[in-house]
Design a protein around this ligand. Structure first.
Ligand SMILES: Cc1cc2nc3c(=O)[nH]c(=O)nc-3n(C[C@H](O)[C@H](O)[C@H](O)COP(=O)(O)OP(=O)(O)OC[C@H]3O[C@@H](n4cnc5c(N)ncnc54)[C@H](O)[C@@H]3O)c2cc1C
Length: 240
């Protein structure tokens, strides 16, 4: 795969310790919502090593003129180098790749399960659906410890207001550690919550994304709730 140069346009904090990086989109770069890219850094501390390249789901939608990725910032060689990348600084991308893309049959609903930073591929799908006024029923279950940790929560609430086919269920597992008010669901995504919120949805396909332990937990919850394995698609964000 050949790599394509990109430049950082801006960065912003999208949740506690979580940053979004906005790159210019190379001319002719095409992708499907839910796909990922490899981001390759030229910082001398990591260039040419495995630590100089990481996979990221694309947060932005295909109609937008930028490529956005988001990540939990940690003390790793790659993320330290990414922190040092100045606005206007050069990096490269390879891709797109990945098959966590929405099924074609629009009469089947999509139930999206995101644990923490696993929200990234779904942001692209949901922005794409709102932009194209797609009729497909989309339900997002988004689990975080606190509202402070929930990347893109306000954006998701806005998308829910824009798209009558999209419903957002956010749930917080550690509100006792939060300073913000919260009127929504609390606790982990479990069988009871799943059954309650998916009632009436026509033959849904389930999508799960996030750190491997979360994906394994959410898959187990789905299987316990009787969802057929064939109807579950997932993406592990290795390294967490
Ligand atoms: C398709 C795809 C999409 C992704 N999208 C996102 C995203 O949108 N946002 C995001 O934050 N992260 C995403 N990730 C994960 C991301 O690529 C990094 O692995 C993650 O951010 C951890 O990086 P780090 O620098 O913090 O840790 P690192 O220092 O890179 O890794 C921490 C530990 O994990 C181990 N490890 C690293 N990679 C692997 C691997 N492939 N298999 C097994 N062990 C491994 C390392 O050996 C190390 O011990 C995605 C991964 C994939 C494959």
């Amino acid at each position: 795969m050949t790599s394509t140069p990109v430049r950082l346009q801006r960065r912003e904090e999208v949740a506690h310790g979580t940053m979004a990086f906005h790159f210019d989109k190379p001319a002719g770069f095409a992708f499907k919502p839910g796909q990922a890219i490899d981001l390759i850094l030229q910082d001398p501390a990591v260039a040419g090593t495995d630590s100089g390249r990481h996979a990221f789901s694309i947060v932005s939608a295909p109609h937008q003129d930028e490529l956005v990725v988001a990540t939990r910032m940690r003390d790793s060689a790659f993320k330290n180098a990414l922190s040092r990348l100045p606005v206007g600084g050069a990096a490269a991308i390879e891709g797109p790749f990945g098959s966590l893309t929405l099924h074609n049959k629009q009469d089947r609903a999509a139930v999206l399960l995101a644990g923490g930073i696993g929200i990234t591929p779904f942001m692209s799908m949901l922005q794409h659906a709102a932009h194209g006024a797609l009729k497909q029923r989309l339900l997002l279950l988004y689990s975080n410890r606190r509202p402070e940790d929930s990347a893109f929560l306000a954006e998701l609430q806005r998308l829910e207001g824009e798209n009558p086919s999209f419903r957002l269920i956010a749930t917080m597992t550690q509100m006792e550690a939060s300073h913000l008010p919260w009127m929504g669901e609390r606790g982990k995504i479990d069988e009871a919550l799943l059954k309650r919120v998916t009632e009436g949805l026509a033959n849904p396909v389930y999508y799960v994304a996030g750190p491997p332990a979360m994906v394994a937990g959410l898959r187990a919850t789905l299987e316990q709730a009787g969802v057929d394995d064939d109807d579950i698609r997932s993406e592990d964000f290795y390294g967490y």
